[in-house]
Design a protein around this ligand. Structure first.
Ligand SMILES: Nc1ncnc2c1ncn2[C@@H]1O[C@H](COP(=O)(O)OP(=O)(O)O)[C@@H](O)[C@H]1O
Ligand SMILES: [Mg+2]
Length: 402
């Protein structure tokens, strides 16, 4: 029997469109002899749809038409299995009941990649590929991630953090605090976004004010770092789990602008061929033109970062190389990288199809391990409870405290 593999993508995220590209690209490389693919597209309104046209990228150019000919679905658990079934608003039930064995979340950005979709799947008991809830959440918050990595002595750039409340109470005080802590230029970024959205470099007070205002329009937590001016960027993917993880080839993305922008990443070099879109379309040097010693250091740090954050599946870790100080820093982790970083594995002789098989294996391994953990224990605490003890009723004491 083939595995019923649900590829779930989209969602309410600023990287919604990139997720569609990554997912549809992956679907083309899933071995159809082993898996039946069930594509599930989450709209920006958080509705879920499936259907045969959901896997065609061109259909997304007319979204209302695509949704009209697709089926709006929800999850339903029945016995030990979870099914995709018609949404209750569908007037005439078509009695759809598609079993789902495994989920493959290919989503980017907050509201989906940050542990939310993973938690949703876990609540239903659907095994899923990739990082678990905690590592997804930690990986999405650049500040929390740095805090964990510092604890493992992994080099990260220092940063200052401000909340929307600090900023709204006194934006001048926030700017002053930044200027006291760091010399210009600084980089201002929303703590929980990706794809360079909301990020800017500030070289003076005026630019700083503008950069803060931009960043706070995208997130409630903003991070300010000293800018690395003599910068090269090196990325490396890792596949595995905390027991065993392996680093890929390294790449050097080539920027058209100082900050590697959304356009550099996805638009600059794209063509009509779906295989060359998404992160795979970025102008880049593979392998990165770095010394063997630097390559070794990057790959070791990538594996160390992967394990420190408790990752699973395939991730991409991005580094900032300060060429003036000859120092390398972990900049960020992408727990579901664009194009699943397949192009960093091909140079090591691992085709995209094999990469996906490995991700399924890792998912099943974690599932087996988790099944062996206790998730409940017998207790008779409820037999000791009464409605009176919960409180609220007239005359009740409401003393129960748990
Ligand atoms: N401290 C820094 N110094 C110089 N450039 C930076 C710094 N931090 C980020 N950048 C630039 O901004 C880009 C986006 O920042 P990053 O932290 O990777 O955010 P995102 O999650 O949006 O990709 C990086 O690829 C790099 O070009
Ligand atoms: Mg980045």
């Amino acid at each position: 029997m083939k595995i019923q593999l649900m590829v779930i993508f989209g969602g309410k995220s600023v990287e919604h469109e990139i997720s569609i590209i990554s997912a549809l690209q992956a679907i083309r490389h899933i071995n159809k002899d082993m898996y039946d693919v069930i594509p599930v597209y989450i709209t920006k309104d958080r509705d879920m749809y499936t259907g045969k046209d959901i896997t065609s990228i061109e259909e997304y150019q007319n979204l209302p038409a695509l949704l009209k000919k697709s089926s709006k679905v929800v999850f339903a658990k029945d016995g030990d299995r979870v099914y995709l079934t018609d949404h209750p608003s569908v007037r005439k039930f078509k009695k759809m009941k598609l079993p789902v064995d495994l989920a493959f979340p290919i989503v980017h950005g907050s509201n989906v990649e940050d542990g939310t979709l993973q938690g949703f799947l876990k609540t239903y008991g659907i095994p899923f590929i990739g990082c678990d809830v905690v590592s997804s959440a930690v990986g999405m918050d650049k500040h929390v991630m740095k805090t964990v990595l510092k604890d493992y002595n992994i080099p990260v750039l220092d940063c200052a953090i401000f909340s929307k409340y600090d900023y709204e109470a006194d934006s001048d005080a926030v700017a002053r605090a930044v200027e006291e802590k760091y010399a210009f230029p600084v980089i201002v970024k929303p703590a929980t976004l990706g794809s360079s959205i909301g990020i800017s470099k500030a070289s003076d007070h005026e630019e700083l004010e503008e950069a803060l205002s931009t960043a706070f329009s995208f997130a409630t937590k903003v991070l300010i770092e000293p800018a690395v001016t003599a910068l090269r960027e090196i990325n490396c993917s890792v596949v595995g789990d905390i027991e065993e993880a392996e680093a890929s080839e390294c790449e050097e993305p080539l920027n058209a602008t100082t900050i590697l922008s959304y356009e550099d990443k996805y638009i600059g070099n794209s063509s009509k061929n779906a295989d060359s879109q998404g992160m795979a379309s970025l102008a880049r040097q593979i392998p990165a033109n770095i010394t063997p010693e630097m390559r070794k250091e990057v790959r070791e740090l990538a594996v160390k970062t992967f394990k420190a954050l408790g990752c699973n599946g395939v991730v991409r870790i991005d580094f900032l190389y300060d060429t003036a100080a000859d120092k390398i820093y972990v900049n960020e982790i992408n727990t579901i990288p664009g194009s699943l970083s397949f192009y960093l594995w091909e140079p090591l002789g691992i085709p995209y199809e094999k990469l996906i098989d490995r991700l399924v294996e890792l998912c099943l391994k974690r599932e087996r391990e988790e099944k062996n953990l206790l998730s409940s224990f017998d207790t008779n605490v409820l037999s000791l409870c009464s409605n009176n003890a919960l409180g609220g009723a007239k005359g009740s004491k409401g003393k129960l405290k748990v």
